[in-house]
Write a protein of this length. Structure first.
Length: 279
């Protein structure tokens, strides 16, 4: 590749099929600049890339064209105002999951020093966002992957957020603990879903959950009743077409005030309910 200017490099990546935003973020990464500093690219469009930056950018472009998430390439992702370190040990945190965080915070708005737990924490995104927004809360986080917990714990330490981490499957390591809110973005893709092939870079165990994608949600709904305080909330993220099924699971288990919330695209993406509402 000939020596390119900043503007030419961005244009080259787009001609190969990269979305403009992806090209800009990867170019900023190659230049050692912050991912949100896109104004810098416009101001320095005529600057020539040095050989190292050009090589880094070309490699990153090819990785992205091979469907690797931008977050894995840059090693970080913004979530709820926090910069998280991410890699292939965990799912790439999605902006739609911020809906779940916002809902949990609204449910806890009138609860003093709430106790909350994030199940299947991955990078720690949900737990850390909750703790950052509610410093008074006691926040725990659980994951079955020891590798994921290493990353989540490192994120917590770097951000200075005191979250307690537990290794295990869903609520199993939390014997004796009850919570005001249980929040989870569990696996919810059907094991034979064709879209899994497009997610080849992300950990399969964090994506697929049985024939209908609801196996893990069933376990969480069943276990949650022993770990919720009266009036406590169970809030779950799920697939684009699973809201009614999750509402039914919650209702059959005895939850009340069962409802769903839309994501940024207006799709019902989160469903939750309250346990043993006290009069």
């Amino acid at each position: 590749m000939n020596v390119l200017t900043v503007a030419q490099a961005a244009s080259w990546a787009q001609t190969l099929g990269l979305p403009r935003l992806d090209a800009q973020v990867l170019l900023l990464h190659a230049l050692g600049r912050a991912p949100h500093d896109r104004a810098w690219l416009l101001a320095h469009g005529d600057d020539a890339l040095d050989a190292a930056a050009q090589t880094t950018f070309a490699d990153a472009t090819q990785r992205r064209l091979n469907t690797e998430p931008v977050a894995y390439i840059t090693g970080q992702k913004e979530f709820f105002g926090l910069t998280l370190q991410v890699d292939k040990r965990v799912l790439d945190p999605r902006a739609d999951t911020e809906t779940l965080v916002e809902w949990a915070l609204s449910c806890m708005a009138d609860t003093l020093t709430p106790e909350m737990v994030d199940l299947g924490t991955g990078s720690g995104a949900i737990a850390l966002a909750l703790k950052h927004s509610r410093p008074d809360a006691a926040v725990r986080a659980v994951d079955a992957s020891a590798d994921a917990l290493v990353l989540a714990s490192a994120n917590a330490k770097r951000l200075g957020l005191a979250v307690t981490f537990h290794h295990g499957s869903w609520l199993a390591p939390l014997n004796g603990h009850t919570f005001d809110a249980i929040v989870s973005n569990p696996p919810y893709v059907a094991s034979d879903d064709a879209h899994l092939a497009e997610l080849k870079h992300e950990p399969l165990t964090a994506l697929a959950s049985g024939a209908d994608g609801l196996d893990d949600i069933r376990v969480i709904v069943r276990e949650a009743v022993r770990h919720l305080k009266p009036n406590g909330w169970l809030l779950l993220e799920h697939g684009f077409d699973q809201a009614l099924a999750v509402q039914t699971l919650l209702g059959n288990q005895g939850f009340v005030n069962v409802q769903s919330r839309p994501d940024l695209a207006g799709i019902l993406r989160c469903t939750g309910g309250q346990w043993q509402t006290m009069k």
